[in-house]
Design a protein around this ligand. Structure first.
Ligand code: NDP
Length: 438
């Protein structure tokens, strides 16, 4: 903490991993001898830069841009870019640190990184977003490449932003390196099913978790937070698998739809119109909007639910929220977002027998499918939706089984937090030891 002051999210992410891996360290004294923990918490490289751009009124604006290249023991750096006003170095260090273990669990040979800027795309015109992306990439392009570091999207960075970023990279480098970014448009090297992958993957993980106990999603009631890329496709897949998803939200409020969220309407409002969940409620008969509310207060909604998918942002589910979920009958929590549940809430849920799937396992489908996009780019191929989706499904089952197995090996049967951290950590530690002190 003293060495990394003012970075509470990073401390929280490190604490969660360190709390889990005591039995791994006890079984592997060489990890301590090799200073694996001390090396792991220090990013291999941090790039920080100025992002100047001109708004529609002709005024010069300046944002802070970053790329944290955290660990490349398993492969080229890989991780998303976040554009959100709350972005600062500590947040990207937390996300980059998580990404190391998540990427290991996918077994796709990718290292961990994260980047972004404290830029707020909300309320900006397409031209402003384009000029911002061009300025951001003018600096970032020096530090990335298909075998070096391959960024992707995250909060505030979707298909539109990736397109602008790719265009500027190609212009400056004078080469069509499709593999330098993932989440690209389908016409220039993007992969089918990448847009859906994180949300679908989280539901595949939930399904595997329930199947291991002889249960399924069919007939279950689910609450989902968020209404962005992850939330939207988690809702879609959960409903395809027979669940009824009754909520969505954004930073302004939440919508409750007893008939089950109409995914196509929500997708249209979010992706085509860049609207809000309040617009959904206004257009959908029977849906109810509550400004400023979260989706976890089931008593307030007057419902019981079986499963919760936090898919918005970090620390959106605290101890009070966890208590509300427990009181409302929830028996499984699957993190679609990164670290959406506080440590206290996680412990409370686990102590009460809730099946808890941590983000670094449950939301790994996005980055795994990005790695599949990289494979297609290298081979100059485009696979069918079904082929990519089937591979994603296999990868999620494997992450589930690997996490469950590691939990059992280290004496924490059924604890996916311990399992995912232990399994990811082992893979990275072994590669670091094999590659010497670097
Ligand atoms: P989007 O920008 O598409 O959507 C984010 C959603 O969360 C929006 O509905 C947003 O509402 C809401 N949100 C953001 N901040 C808050 C907040 N402080 N309080 C309430 N709601 C909030 O991002 P993604 O869906 O891509 O990402 C969501 C989460 O999933 C993040 O934690 C991200 O790191 C993680 N993730 C994403 C992956 C991907 O492939 N996209 C892969 C793995 C993890 P609003 O519009 O009001 O801001």
């Amino acid at each position: 903490v003293a060495a990394n002051p003012g970075e509470p999210e990073f401390h929280q992410a490190v604490r969660e991993v360190f709390d889990s891996i005591a039995p791994v360290l006890a079984a592997h004294p060489e990890y301590a001898d090799q200073a694996i923990l001390e090396r792991l918490v220090e990013p291999e490289r941090i790039i920080a830069f100025r992002v100047p751009w001109v708004d529609d009124a002709g005024k010069i604006r300046v944002n802070k841009g970053y790329r944290v290249q955290f660990n490349s023991a398993l492969g080229p750096y890989k991780g998303g870019l976040r554009f959100h006003p709350t972005v600062y170095l500590g947040m990207l260090k937390f996300l980059g640190f998580e990404q190391i273990f998540k990427n290991a669990l996918t077994r796709q040979h990718i290292g961990g990184a994260k980047g972004g800027a404290n830029f707020d795309p909300k309320g900006k015109s397409d031209n402003e977003v384009m000029r911002f992306c061009q300025s951001f990439m003018t600096e970032l392009q020096r530090h990335i490449g298909p075998d070096i570091d391959v960024p992707a999207g995250d909060i505030g960075v979707g298909g539109r932003e990736i397109g602008y970023l790719f265009g500027q990279y190609r212009r400056i480098r004078d080469t069509f390196d499709a593999g330098v970014l993932t989440g690209k448009g389908l016409g220039f090297g993007g992969s089918l099913a990448r847009t859906e992958a994180t949300g679908y993957g989280a539901v595949y993980f939930a399904d595997a978790m329930l199947a291991a106990r002889g249960e399924s999603l069919d007939g279950r009631t689910a609450v989902v937070s968020g209404s962005g890329n992850v939330a939207l496709y988690a809702i879609a897949k959960a409903q395809q698998m027979g669940a009824r998803v009754v909520t969505a939200s954004d930073s302004s409020g939440m919508v409750y739809d007893d008939a089950g969220i109409d995914v196509e309407l929500l997708r249209h409002i979010k992706e085509d119109l860049r609207g809000r969940v309040s617009d959904y409620a206004a257009q959908r008969p029977g849906a109810r909007y509550q400004a400023g509310a979260k989706v976890w207060d089931l008593a307030e909604l007057g419902i019981r639910a079986d499963i919760a998918f936090p898919c918005a942002t970090q620390n959106e589910l605290n101890e009070v929220d966890a208590r509300q979920l427990l009181d409302g009958g929830v028996r499984a929590v699957v993190e679609g977002a990164n670290m959406p549940t506080t440590l206290e809430a996680t412990h409370l849920l686990q102590e009460n027998g809730v099946l808890f799937a941590p983000g670094k396992a449950a939301n790994a489908g996005g980055v795994a499918t990005s790695a599949l996009e990289m494979q297609q780019n290298s081979a100059r191929q485009s696979w069918s939706f079904e082929k990519v989706d089937a591979k994603l499904h296999d990868i999620m089952r494997d992450i589930h089984d690997t996490s469950l197995d590691a939990a059992a090996r280290y004496g924490h049967e059924g604890n996916y937090v311990v399992g995912a951290n232990a399994a990811g950590f082992e893979m990275v530690a072994e590669a670091m030891i094999a590659q010497g002190v670097i």
